[in-house]
Design a protein around this ligand. Structure first.
Ligand SMILES: Cc1ncc(COP(=O)(O)O)c(C=O)c1O
Length: 439
C-alpha cells in the first residue's frame, strides 16, 4: 500500500557525457515500436476513479486538445466541488471570527471550526479532538513541535536527534536549527541495499542520548513505509520523543494515531483534497498541556496582565485565529476521503504492474543525467497531457545518498483511472522514443 502512495520512477545519475538521454547500444538508432494511444472513452463506469473524478472540475480540461492526466498528487492534490462550495458558502453566509462573537454568524463559524477539529480527530482516530492543533501547513506543524520542545529536550550537546536520509526538507531543516542552537547532534539513518531506510541501523543508533526521532510514515520519493509502532516502542525505551511526518500517508491510507503511539504526527490539508494553507499536528493532550505556547497573541491566552499572561488549555494554546478560516473545510474532506480510502488500491496496483513491466523492458536502457535534463524529460510528457513531478522533491539528502541529482515521480490519487495509467505509459514510451531519436 505504501508504494502506492507515490510511484517512484527514478533514473540513475549518469556521469557519462552531457547528453541527457543515453540509449543503450542495443537500442541506439532504433525506433521503439509504436504504441497505440489508449482510448480514454472506454472507461468502466464502476471504478472509484471514474465515480469520484466528476467531483474535481480541474481534471476535466484539455491542453491544446490533449486531456490532462494529473499524476502530481504527491506534491498537491486537486480539490472537489464540496471544498469550493464550503469556502464559498462560508464567505457568502457566515464569515466571522470563531470563538469570539456571540452572534449567530460567529456561533455557526465556531461550530464549523470545532466540527472540523472533531472530524480530523476521528479521521486519524485521536482520543480527544483537543489533541488536534491546526497550523498553516505541515512545515509549520514541524517547526511548532521543535519550538515547543527545544528548551526542554536539547539543553545538552550530548543529545542526539535521529532522522533518516529520506526525510523531506521540512522535517530536516527545523532540527538543524535546534542542533545549531543547542549543539545536539543530528544522526542520519542510511538506506539498505533495497534503497529503503535501514531500520536495523535506526534501532542500533538509539541510546539514552537520543531525545528526538523524526521519521516519515511514507516516503515522498521512495514510496516506502516505515514501521512506526516498532520505532515508537524502541524510542520509548530510551526516553526519546517521536515525530511522524505523515504528509504522504494520511491522504492514502487509514492512519490511527493511537495505534501508532507517536508523540507528534503532522499532515497537510492540500495533499488531502482540502484547501492550501491548513495543516495539523496531533499531539497527546498530556504532551500539549506540558508545552510552552508557540505564538503570543489572541486565542492562546487565559488572562492578560500588564507584565505577564496566563495561557489557555490546548489546542488554543498552540493555534491562533487567522489559520482557522479554511480549517473547517478539512472536515468536509475527511468525511469524503473516509468513503474512498480503502478502495483506492486497485488502480495503483495496476499502475505499479504496468510501470514495473515497462521499467524492465525499456526504461533501464536510458540514463538521464541532471535535474535540468529531467525537466526536459517531464516536458514532453506534458505534451501528452501528463503532469508529473521532476527534481529533488525536497529530499536532496536522499538523492545524494542514492547518487543521483534528481528523479521523476508519478503519484496517483483515488480520482485517477486505469485509462490514465495507460496514457502515462504510452507518453513515457513515446517520450523516450523521441529523446532517443535526438541522439
Ligand atoms: C513528506 C512531506 N513532508 C512535509 C511536506 C511539507 O508539507 P507542507 O506543504 O504542508 O508544508 C511535504 C510536502 O511536499 C511532504 O511531502
Amino acid at each position: 500500500m505504501a508504494a502506492a502512495a507515490g510511484l517512484r520512477c527514478y533514473f540513475p545519475g549518469s556521469t557519462i557525457g552531457s547528453g541527457f538521454v543515453r540509449p543503450s547500444s542495443s537500442s541506439r538508432g532504433r525506433r521503439a515500436a509504436a504504441v497505440a494511444a489508449p482510448s480514454r472513452e472506454a472507461e468502466p463506469a464502476a471504478s472509484l476513479g471514474h465515480r469520484t473524478r466528476v467531483d474535481f472540475p480541474i481534471l476535466h480540461q484539455d491542453f491544446d486538445g490533449t486531456k490532462l492526466v494529473y499524476f502530481d498528487n504527491g506534491a498537491t492534490s486537486q480539490k472537489p466541488f464540496s471544498v469550493m462550495k464550503t469556502l464559498d458558502e462560508y464567505y457568502r453566509s457566515y464569515n466571522s471570527n470563531v470563538h469570539r462573537g456571540i452572534h449567530a454568524l460567529s456561533a455557526k463559524a465556531t461550530d464549523a471550526y470545532e466540527g472540523a477539529r472533531r472530524k480530523v480527530a476521528n479521521f486519524v482516530n485521536a482520543a480527544d479532538s483537543r489533541e488536534i492543533v491546526f497550523t498553516r501547513n505541515a512545515t509549520e506543524a514541524i517547526n511548532l513541535s521543535f519550538l515547543l520542545l527545544d528548551k526542554k529536550l536539547f539543553s545538552y550537546f550530548v543529545y542526539q536527534i535521529l532522522l533518516t536520509v529520506a526525510e523531506h526538507h521540512s522535517a530536516i531543516v527545523p532540527w538543524q536549527f535546534v542542533s545549531q542552537k543547542t549543539g545536539a547532534t543530528l544522526k542520519y539513518v542510511g538506506l539498505t541495499k533495497e534503497e529503503v531506510p535501514d531500520i536495523e541501523q535506526l534501532k542500533g543508533l538509539m541510546s539514552n542520548r537520543t531525545k528526538m526521532v523524526v521519521i516519515h510514515h511514507v516516503s515522498n520519493v521512495l514510496g516506502s513505509m516505515l514501521p512506526i509502532e516498532e520505532i515508537v516502542t524502541w524510542s520509548k525505551r530510551v526516553g526519546a520523543k517521536v515525530l511522524v511526518d505523515a504528509c504522504q500517508s494520511v491522504p492514502h491510507m487509514p492512519v490511527d494515531v493511537q495505534k501508532l503511539g507517536a508523540d507528534f504526527l503532522v499532515a497537510s490539508s492540500h495533499k488531502m483534497c482540502g484547501p492550501t494553507g491548513v495543516g495539523f499536528m496531533h499531539g497527546t493532550f498530556e504532551m500539549l498541556s506540558s508545552m510552552e505556547p508557540f505564538l503570543g497573541g489572541g486565542e492562546m491566552i487565559a488572562d492578560v496582565f500588564n507584565e505577564k499572561s496566563t495561557y489557555a488549555e490546548p489546542p488554543s494554546r498552540k493555534s491562533w485565529q487567522h489559520i482557522s478560516m479554511k480549517a473547517f473545510v478539512l472536515f468536509q474532506m475527511s468525511g469524503y476521503m473516509v468513503q474512498h480510502l480503502p478502495k483506492q488500491i486497485t488502480v495503483l496496483l495496476y499502475a505499479l504492474s504496468m510501470l514495473r513491466t515497462f521499467i524492465l523492458q525499456i526504461l533501464q536502457k536510458f540514463l538521464i543525467s541532471s535535474t535540468a535534463n529531467l525537466v526536459l524529460f517531464a516536458n514532453p510528457l506534458f505534451q501528452h497531457g501528463v503532469a508529473i513531478r521532476s527534481g529533488h522533491h525536497c529530499a536532496q539528502i536522499l538523492h545524494r545518498t542514492l547518487g543521483i541529482n534528481a528523479s521523476a515521480r508519478a503519484s496517483l490519487h483515488f480520482y485517477n483511472t486505469k485509462e490514465e495509467v495507460d496514457v502515462f505509459i504510452h507518453a513515457l514510451k513515446d517520450t523516450i522514443d523521441f529523446l532517443t531519436s535526438q541522439h
